[in-house]
Design a protein. Structure first.
Length: 445
């Protein structure tokens, strides 16, 4: 399990211990933790290749005269003179063709946000509930996937609610956000910095707008603020609903704004959806109707649907995988099969082919080393039990695309023999093998 850098700092360790001992404690002197040393660690903890914000500074240029800059930044923070710059907004095209706004903060603001994130993390990490997995130290996407797998294969789950909050990060209400933070933080200076960060505004092609709602996707502090918001809006409420309202078993796994809720009874699921919509509406949020579905799913779904003369259970997507009900070859018993979302795989292949087209005149060894990193990174995430067929297809298509790119280099390359290509593939393209154990094996360890 990984640790955040913040958890290794002595002052923040003591802060974490104090939060652990008393969950009602409000911290009123937090800004003194923002020392030059913490700002320096925050700077070195940033992504060094990230794009620059409105100030045009990147990680390297900001590092010139770093100590003097951090001392001056520290002074402004402690004398109430720090004001975040506008966030540069860019748009990324998603696999479905829609565009998603991304906010790029200035490098100085990233440093401050990283330092604040470590402080908040030291306090809230003890408060967050066990079914929350997104953007937390020591927790990963595969742990969330394992939790879903175990809930469906072990618990009495017959219905699954695949819930997605519509435009979550763009819909966070600033007033509610500050109220939630005030439950644990009494330091008005720190709260003022966070509020200024939320309201700093956006810059899109030189046009500046005020920010009245939301927190920018891509900002260093946004994932943690999102977790805090949903902790109060969703997690605590779901935990109580499960104990007081559910007739049968109920499980939940949340990763950021994506949740999978397993239920034993359909009427529990229908009532839960209605009340969840009401709950979210009170805090400016809503469910994405296109992505939110209550489906019959689980160990008993296949037999129950067969008895009613219906087809196979529907599938649902979560964290890059399509989940489907299946049966083991050995004994015909129920198993949960997970395979790469087809649309995601097509999009990744499209990206690879575009790069190969642009770089086909580079030396084949350079391209081979790049492909090796791409394929290995893909396998590192998607190589789960039962997904081999999709991964074999991905690897084969990458190899075919590379061969086409090499044969189009010139008339001479058109005759590239397959035997020579096979040697390149063996040298650079990793073979497919399962890299993740079955969830029950991992959790047993």
């Amino acid at each position: 399990m990984t640790q955040s850098i913040g958890q290794t700092l002595p002052g923040l360790i003591r802060l974490h211990e104090a939060a652990r001992r008393d969950r009602r404690l409000r911290f009123n002197n937090l800004l003194h933790h923002v020392m030059v040393e913490l700002l320096e660690k925050a700077y070195y903890g940033l992504n060094r290749r990230a794009a620059s914000g409105v100030d045009g500074e990147d990680w390297k240029s900001y590092g010139e005269g770093l100590q003097a800059r951090l001392i001056e930044l520290h002074t402004r923070l402690h004398t109430n003179r720090y004001k975040p710059q506008h966030v540069k907004r860019i748009w990324l095209t998603k696999a479905n063709g829609k565009q998603r706004p991304i906010g790029i903060a200035a490098i100085e603001d990233k440093v401050v946000q990283q330092a604040l994130a470590w402080i908040l993390e030291a306090i809230y990490e003890r408060d967050f509930l066990g079914f929350s997995y997104g953007f937390r130290p020591g927790r990963s996407q595969h742990q969330a996937l394992d939790a879903v797998y175990m809930a469906i294969t072990v618990r009495k789950i017959s219905w699954v609610l695949d819930a997605d909050i519509k435009g979550f990060f763009d819909a966070i209400d600033h007033t509610w956000m500050m109220r939630f933070l005030a439950h644990r933080i009494a330091d008005k200076r720190l709260l003022r910095i966070i509020e200024r960060t939320l309201k700093c505004g956006v810059d899109e092609n030189g046009k500046r707008e005020r920010t009245v709602v939301g927190t920018p996707q891509g900002a260093v502090l946004s994932p943690l603020l999102g977790n805090i918001y949903l902790h109060y809006v969703l997690d605590l409420w779901v935990h109580q609903w499960r104990k007081r309202m559910a007739r049968g078993e109920m499980t939940i796994v949340r990763y950021a704004d994506d949740s999978v809720i397993g239920l034993q009874h359909r009427d529990d699921g229908q009532r839960f959806v209605r009340e969840l919509k009401e709950r979210l509406g009170k805090f400016g949020l809503s469910l994405n109707d296109e992505k939110t579905r209550l489906i019959e799913f689980g160990r008993f779904a296949q037999n129950n649907r067969a008895q009613r003369g219906k087809g196979k259970p529907e599938t649902f997507d979560f964290l890059g995988f399509t989940h489907m009900c299946s049966r083991r070859r050995s004994d015909g018993g129920f198993t949960l099969k997970r395979y790469t979302i087809a649309k995601r795989q097509r999009e990744k292949l499209k990206q690879v082919k575009q790069v190969l087209k642009r770089t086909r005149h580079r030396h084949r060894f350079d391209v081979g080393r790049w492909l090796k990193r791409v394929v290995q990174g893909y396998l590192n995430y998607f190589a789960v039990p039962g997904n081999r067929r999709a991964l074999d297809a991905f690897r084969a298509e990458v190899c075919r695309a590379w061969l086409r790119a090499l044969r189009r280099r010139s008339q001479k390359g058109a005759g590239l023999p397959w035997k020579k290509m096979a040697r390149l593939i063996r040298q650079f393209i990793p073979s497919v093998r399962v890299l993740h154990p079955y969830p029950n094996q991992r959790l047993r360890v």
